[in-house]
Ligand binder design. Structure first.
Ligand code: URA
Length: 212
């Protein structure tokens, strides 16, 4: 599994604003969108392209275009939805599927409660959007789901990661080259409630407000 941490001052600046508890939801949503676009630039480094002949106003040339089948972007509901706009800006031709996973707050295991994805993902490059890589259970379940359905490779885009979660995903995925994770910062640890420290709190609540 490949891991990329995007160490860039603009990313760290926006991430600091995002973490600040005084940042209100509208600004939080804008920052998430901007951060995802920056991370997506790196995450799409290996997107498949094919040659295409075009004519510029000056001369003919061979360029590239993204190959078919189109990439599949999979936001993990609910918080991953806040990352969709930023990703769509960079890859507007991608298809979008949805996976609803939440964690059981007692066991911290992932429970699937919604699925809007094709059964056959053969040859598809998939991009999972999930802001917080905490225990890694959600990401592991999502990666397995996509690979079992034939995805050619899976790239996870997260904002923050906890070392415990990264280790869990690494252990599960092993050394397979078709899974990678891109994130903006590796934080210190998980606390006893499964929150990333220092983190940014509950990403879903900060994006959309509290839901009981
Ligand atoms: N999910 C969140 O929204 N925040 C965390 O810190 C961990 C998981």
């Amino acid at each position: 599994m490949r891991i990329s941490i995007i160490d860039h001052p603009l990313v760290t600046h926006k991430l600091t604003l995002l973490r600040d508890e005084k940042t209100p939801s509208p600004l939080f949503r804008n920052l998430v969108e901007e951060l995802v676009t920056l991370l997506a630039y790196e995450a799409t480094r290996d997107v498949k392209v094919e040659p295409v002949d075009i004519q510029t106003p000056v001369a003919p040339m061979t360029g590239v275009r993204m190959s078919k089948p189109r990439p599949m972007v999979v936001p993990i509901l609910r918080a991953g939805l806040g990352m969709l706009e930023g990703m769509s800006k960079l890859v507007p031709n991608a298809e979008i599927g949805f996976l609803g996973l939440k964690r059981d707050e007692t066991t911290l295991e992932a429970i699937t409660y919604a699925n809007r994805l094709p059964d056959d993902l053969t040859g598809r490059q998939c991009f999972i959007l999930d802001p917080m890589l905490a225990t890694g259970h959600t990401l592991i379940a999502s990666i397995d789901y996509l690979l079992e359905r034939g995805a050619s490779d899976v790239t996870c885009i997260c904002l923050l990661a906890a070392p415990e979660g990264v280790e869990n995903v690494k252990e599960h995925v092993g050394d397979r080259a078709d899974v990678s994770i891109v994130f903006a910062a590796l934080d210190e640890k998980l606390n006893e409630n499964g929150y990333i420290v220092p983190g940014l709190g509950d990403a879903g609540d900060r994006l959309y407000g509290l839901v009981d």
